[in-house]
Design a protein around this ligand. Structure first.
Ligand code: KIV
Length: 282
């Protein structure tokens, strides 16, 4: 494990994206894109999840505004506030002692208000000690990203399906306009983003975009050709209540494990098996 104050590289990979929040001399951004060594990022929304990830081999943690749907129960990410993001990011930071944390800036990110966006990002960073923020948006976000990076705030960009724009994209749809997606990704790289999330983009298009960028692409529903992959942890471990998107292949069924434990406990209480001598004070 890298020690506090040193630059942190992605584990299991020669990709170097960013730094850990413990640094006192401010984050620096470096990236080395090398074939075949994939970056992994998973969401976390509280300290418990952050501990799972911090003690795993995952490379980065995303405090995604997906928390609006996953933990708050909203139908979209739109109701999530900046205070919500700070609240969850702060909990995650208490559990993630080694792993790079990226925090979503919530809807709306006003591309005409660069200074306001810097203030919002700074609020997240000051309170949560995260290393970087993520912003959804295309070419219109280039000046904002440039402003953030100039102010010392590392930015992960996010193009393709942008859930904050679900109402203008006409729903949660696969994004197939290669020309537009390429132009957006290149513009955001040029603006200073250190990585770009590609969400719900056909695999061949995402692979071609990845080939054109110097910064890493992190795909979600964007195929094998991206430089890394990101998923919502609830989807990965089978904690999601309800159907999951096609690109999710749950690696566990934690819902089932938890449901079984709860019912077993209820039965043991009913049958006076719990608490027993061992779980009581004498
Ligand atoms: O909010 C989120 O969790 C995300 C990922 C799914 C990429 O943006």
């Amino acid at each position: 494990m890298p020690s506090a104050g040193t630059e942190i590289e992605f584990r299991n990979s020669s990709q170097k994206l960013s730094v850990k929040q413990i640094e006192v001399d401010g984050p620096s951004i470096r990236r080395e894109k090398s074939a075949g060594e994939k970056i992994t990022m998973l969401t976390a929304y509280d300290r418990t999840m952050a501990r799972w990830l911090d003690t795993s081999e995952v490379d980065a943690i995303l405090v995604g505004d997906s928390l609006g749907m996953v933990v708050q129960g909203h139908e979209t990410t739109l109701p999530v506030t900046l205070d919500d993001m700070v609240y969850h990011a702060t909990m995650v930071a208490r559990g993630a002692l080694q792993t790079m944390i990226v925090v979503d800036l919530p809807f709306p990110v006003d591309h005409t208000d660069i200074s306001g966006t810097i203030q919002a990002a700074a609020a997240v960073m000051k309170n949560s000690n995260c290393a970087a923020v993520k912003i959804e948006g295309g070419v219109e976000m280039a000046d904002t990203i440039n402003g953030l990076v100039t102010a010392g705030i590392p930015v992960m960009a996010h193009v393709g399906l942008r859930p904050q724009s679900v109402n203008v994209l006409g729903g949660y749809k696969i994004q197939r306009d290669e020309q537009q997606l390429t132009a957006q990704s290149l513009a955001l790289e040029q603006a200073g983003a250190f990585a770009v999330v590609l969400e719900c983009v056909p695999a061949a298009i995402a692979a071609r975009i990845s080939g054109q960028l110097n910064i890493p692409t992190i795909g979600i529903g964007a195929g094998i050709g991206c430089d890394g992959q990101v998923l919502v942890i609830h989807d990965l471990v089978g904690l999601t209540d309800g159907p999951v998107p096609k690109f999710v292949n749950p690696y566990a069924n934690v819902n089932q494990v938890i449901g079984k434990a709860i019912n077993q406990w209820v039965h043991d209480v009913a049958e006076k098996k719990y608490p027993d001598d061992q779980t009581s004070y004498q």
